[in-house]
Write a protein that binds this ligand. Structure first.
Ligand SMILES: Cc1cc2nc3c(=O)[nH]c(=O)nc-3n(C[C@H](O)[C@H](O)[C@H](O)COP(=O)(O)OP(=O)(O)OC[C@H]3O[C@@H](n4cnc5c(N)ncnc54)[C@H](O)[C@@H]3O)c2cc1C
Length: 421
């Protein structure tokens, strides 16, 4: 049996290793299309902060790791899939056949169609190559404009601040991280970063980027403002790497659609990680949950099924944990809540003095979503209650009155022995 794994990020690597354990005799080919050993994108901010070097981003550091596991590494870009003949065409013209295929190609940053977005001083922050280019431009005192204050934008902000740049963030939404945080939480994060010296412009778009007269770039905003800068970093969303699936029977929506066994609409072809859209824990609706732990979980399940074991993913839970210049925020599940006529009810606890915040969202007596700021120690309990779809019974009313009691609710409802003592 030959397994072809497309993509050598966290999903591809975990899948290859899981397959080797589950199917010791099978042939495994692991394909990456970047000019570096398998690495973790989430380590890029630490590289930019100069806490680690490039080797520190590598997913496996032991020399000969993949060779010893008899995992053949291949560099190449997949361009077309033939599901009838079970083979993949690569950019260099060669074909690779397979019995089982895993699509773990992740996603790529989108550059919005803005005049000037392809100028050399306009960078995305996604690959090691991007990181090298940013490091070359983002020197102490450099003026950097970051387009977008979403998940990736907030994560890289700390690295940029530590490099001593003068940072301006422009966000189309009315708050920071608008697709992951409630209006109040997004506003509190904005206030926090502004107090740390970052300029934040919300409800504004970038209309164009020009080569400036006295500085490398001039950025024109929809507000009419013009900002001179040395570097623009585009962090305005991502799209899945699926071009090679065009014309095949593999169904794609926001990502490659998979079932709870991570199998796609074509038998024998699986998908995992940022490229996959898997059923979510509450509704079964498909969801891209683009964080590294999800990529690893999905890869394990996919690989076991590819090896002939029957393994099921217990629903994806959207989880985001952000460290924005030292302020830790999280959002879980359906953080925006549910309509009242469908059993939805919610509560907010706001403590601006201590930069603490909690929003709990219920459907009937089940916690379906939460947003938190500054509650670093016990967020595991929030995740446990939500992922476990725990029936809270009388605890729901208590939480509506005193939301911070969620740890007690978790102990009482998820660990009945503790309650009995
Ligand atoms: C700056 C940054 C910070 C982040 N921080 C965090 C964090 O703090 N916590 C967290 O959980 N997540 C974080 N993430 C997200 C995390 O990195 C992703 O969720 C994770 O990398 C997904 O793994 P993956 O294997 O699915 O995809 P990827 O890591 O993107 O790997 C996909 C691989 O497929 C290859 N590929 C793509 N197309 C083709 C093709 N046509 N042919 C062959 N190969 C191809 C690519 O080269 C790549 O090697 C961060 C991401 C970035 C960019």
């Amino acid at each position: 049996m030959k397994h072809l794994i497309l993509g050598n990020g966290p999903a591809g690597v975990v899948a290859a290793e899981t397959l080797r354990r589950a199917a010791p005799q099978d042939e495994i080919v692991l394909v990456g299309n970047e000019d570096s050993p398998p690495y973790s994108r989430m380590a890029i901010p630490y590289l930019l902060e100069e806490n680690i070097d490039e080797k520190g981003t590598w997913l496996r550091k032991a020399p000969g790791h993949f060779e010893q596991l008899r995992i053949r590494e291949l560099r190449g870009r997949a361009v077309a899939l033939d599901t009838e003949k079970q083979r993949m065409l690569f950019f260099d013209g060669h074909f690779e056949d397979y019995d089982r295929l895993l699509i773990a190609t992740g996603s790529h940053p989108v550059r919005p169609p803005i005049p000037g977005v392809d100028l050399p001083e306009v960078q995305t922050c996604w690959t090691l190559e991007d990181a090298r280019a940013i490091a070359a431009h983002a020197k102490p005192g450099a003026r950097v404009l970051q387009l977008g204050a979403g998940f990736i934008g907030c994560i890289i902000m700390e690295a940029l601040a530590k490099r001593g740049v003068e940072l301006t963030v422009v966000e189309m939404g009315d708050r920071m991280v608008p697709r992951m945080m409630t209006p109040k939480a997004g506003g509190m994060i904005k206030e926090w970063v502004e107090n740390k010296g970052v300029k934040v412009v919300t409800s504004a778009g970038v209309n164009r980027i020009d080569c400036g007269a006295g500085s490398p770039l001039t950025v024109s905003l929809s507000t009419g403002a013009k900002i001179d800068c040395d570097l623009v970093i585009v962090a305005a969303g991502v799209a899945p790497n699926v071009a090679f699936l065009e014309g095949t029977g593999v169904h794609v929506a926001k990502g490659v659609l998979v079932d709870d066994h991570l199998e796609t609409s074509v038998k024998g072809i699986y998908a995992a990680g940022d490229v996959a859209e898997a059923p979510d824990v509450f509704t079964g609706a498909h969801l891209v949950a683009a964080i590294q732990p999800n990529a690893a979980d999905q890869a394990r399940v996919a690989a076991l099924n590819m090896a002939g074991r029957d393994n099921c993913l217990n629903g994806v839970l959207a989880i985001n944990v952000l460290d924005t210049l030292g302020l830790i925020s999280t959002s879980f599940g359906q953080w925006w809540g549910e309509a009242a006529d469908k059993g939805g009810e919610g509560v907010e606890h706001v403590d601006e003095m201590r930069s603490r915040y909690l929003s709990l969202q219920f459907k009937d007596d089940v916690l379906i979503g939460a947003t938190s700021i500054g509650l670093t120690e016990h967020v595991g309990a929030l995740r446990g209650l939500i992922h476990g779809q725990v029936k809270l019974g009388k605890w729901k009313e208590r939480l509506l009155e005193t939301p911070l009691q969620f740890v007690d609710a978790y102990v009482a409802t998820s660990q009945p022995m503790a309650l009995a003592r």
